[in-house]
Design a protein around this ligand. Sequence first.
Ligand SMILES: [Zn+2]
Ligand SMILES: [Zn+2]
Length: 316
Amino acid sequence: MSMSRIVLYYTFTPLPDPEAVKLWQHTLCRELGLRGRILISPQGINGTVGGEIKAVKQYVKQTRAYAPFKDMAFKWSEGGAEQFPRLSVKVRPELVAFGVPEQVEVDADGVVDGGKHLQPEEVHELVEAKRAQGVDVAFFDGRNAMEAQIGRFKNAIVPETETTRDFIAELDSGKYDHLKDQPVVTYCTGGIRCEVLSSLMRRRGFEEVYQIDGGIVRYGETFGDDGLWEGELYVFDSRMNTTFSPQAKTIGECTHCGNPTSTFHNCMDRGCSTLQLYCEDCRHIPETTRCETCRARLQQDPGHPNSGRLEKVRRG
Ligand SMILES: [Zn+2]
Ligand SMILES: [Zn+2]
């Protein structure tokens, strides 16, 4: 039994002096021997840190002693300091990088005018109540499109996003305007991206926007694969995917042959971080395990240096 743990947490609350919070958090973590990643912004804090249980408990206690963080929820998880290469504490203009810090207003209660929070059970209640009125609830994926390739809510809308920044152009393109007078449930891995996304949608005239408290993770812990979720969950650590039960469906398709797979592989070109799904049979074929962009470039410049690299990679 490991005597170490990890905690994950975030809160949206105005921080007038993020640099001071950074110094305090950095010192606190160093003294307690914790490692991990902490992001601080004028909008709040988001972190994942790990270490000895006693030290993590002490960290939680001391962090909550700062008034703006006193109600912050900490999610405990297996793991420890060794899961992180180092301690990183950074100040950024936004807690989630949508690229529009000026469009996000935060007060002591969190993001102003965000989507209504739903507990996992309430997601089902909403869908049923709306169905009784003859109205469909739209599920709107708040992640990068790639993540949705292996798992998503059934019939979800998956915007064309390579990074979180792409949501702004997507929302402003008009292609989702038909949802503006419909109930929309936004969802993402742990809920933080939707805190902001749902408020950006509200700001753009989407009238009835919801978000799932705790995101897909909480929903999956509650309903496993017996609810409205389908497939595997992409995660930003060395595991890459997780499932909620052994019955999880494989909905991803091999980029080459179309066979079911949930395994992402890096484009074989060195320096390209594109992830693509390949089945076990196709993952070694050099002609195909290069992403489209790199293949096009190679046709123009056959001498381009590349490697046969095809290992799993992290992408945050
Ligand atoms: Zn294949
Ligand atoms: Zn590539």
